[in-house]
Design a protein around this ligand. Structure first.
Ligand code: SAM
Length: 304
């Protein structure tokens, strides 16, 4: 057995032990908010598995959807619906079960419950009734997109979904225009191009990162000025799920590092002049600035 294979078998052994220990630990009575994967079953945490395996009932948005996760891991607890249409009727049953000492889990279709998903009113009711609420953190599209966006992470504001209608969306963006933070929002595939075009118009041509199909096979991130990314998205309605991350005011200028990274690829394919022209157009920055950086890069490459 080589070193890598030996290390892999130790990892397998340790992970199995950790899961066994998590499964053996009794689960306390209360409401357990369990994050589930956003597209990759490998992102289910050990504690998440152990909690759902020990729960008396698993509440979810759509029982047919969550059956896939439940069957995959072999959870025995019944799946019951909890969503915006039955929440009011379901909450007294959940509170009664907690009074009887039951372990109740809440999951959503994907990611972290309550984050643009049902659960807030339930958590409030459980706290007000004096029962315990605990969480098993895990996947969420907000943080996944933010961390790979390349935009500032020290202060950010998650604004959920934008209004569907163009006028209301522009008004909401205008309210956010002076917020001194990176903005993160969810958007549907049918509206993402229009939304990013509105960002360019209402917020100015800030740098954005549009993350698509995070953690899935076709995960991709488009980064650049909002006007340029809006054009790329408008070419054809892209399939998948999207998170849009927007640079704070004044921080969204295209950096020299970003230009150099694009030039490095472009200069392997075409002349310095044409590469500078193409990168300037793609990033929406003056051609002279890109050309100066391209010449400096060429000199560095010739020296090394
Ligand atoms: N509770 C979830 C979470 O923690 O991320 C979000 C639920 S919200 C109803 C669904 C939206 O999240 C999608 O429309 C999309 O904007 C975003 N989303 C979820 N999974 C995603 C993924 N794999 N890639 C990109 N965006 C995703």
């Amino acid at each position: 057995m080589n070193d890598a294979a030996a290390a892999a078998s130790i990892t397998l052994l340790r992970t199995t032990e950790a899961l066994r220990a998590a499964l053996a630990k009794p689960l306390a009575s209360g409401l357990h908010l369990v994050s589930t994967p956003i597209g990759n079953l490998g992102d289910m945490t050990l504690r998440g598995i152990a909690t759902l395996a020990a729960a008396d009932v698993i509440y979810c948005e759509d029982t047919r959807h969550s059956r896939t996760l439940s069957s995959h891991f072999g959870f025995a607890a019944p799946l019951k619906p909890y969503h915006e249409h039955n929440g009011e009727a379901a909450r007294p049953h959940i509170l009664a079960a907690l009074a009887a000492g039951k372990r109740i889990a809440l999951i959503s279709d994907a990611g972290t419950p309550l984050i643009s998903d049902p659960g807030y009113k339930l958590v409030r009711a459980v706290i007000d009734a004096g029962y315990t609420v605990s969480c098993v953190p895990g996947a969420s599209a907000v943080l996944s997109a933010l961390t790979i966006s390349g935009l500032p992470t020290d202060c950010f504001l998650f604004v959920g979904f934008m209004p569907h209608k163009a006028g209301a969306r522009a008004a909401r963006l205008a309210e956010l225009a002076t917020t001194d933070a990176t903005l993160v929002l969810y958007e549907a595939p049918s509206r993402v191009a229009a939304c990013v075009a509105d960002i360019a118009t209402v917020l100015g041509d800030r740098e954005v990162a549009v993350a698509r199909e995070l953690t899935k096979l076709h995960e991709a991130v488009l980064r650049g000025p909002a006007s340029v990314i809006a054009q790329q998205l408008a070419v054809s309605e892209p399939p998948g799920e999207f998170v849009v991350v927007i640079a704070p005011p004044h921080a969204g200028v295209v950096s020299d590092d970003m230009i150099r990274a694009r030039l490095q690829t472009a200069m392997t394919e075409t002349s310095t002049r044409d590469a500078a022209q193409a990168v300037a157009e793609a990033l929406g920055v003056p051609r002279g600035r890109v050309y100066d950086l391209a010449l400096a890069l060429k000199r560095e490459q010739e020296r090394s």
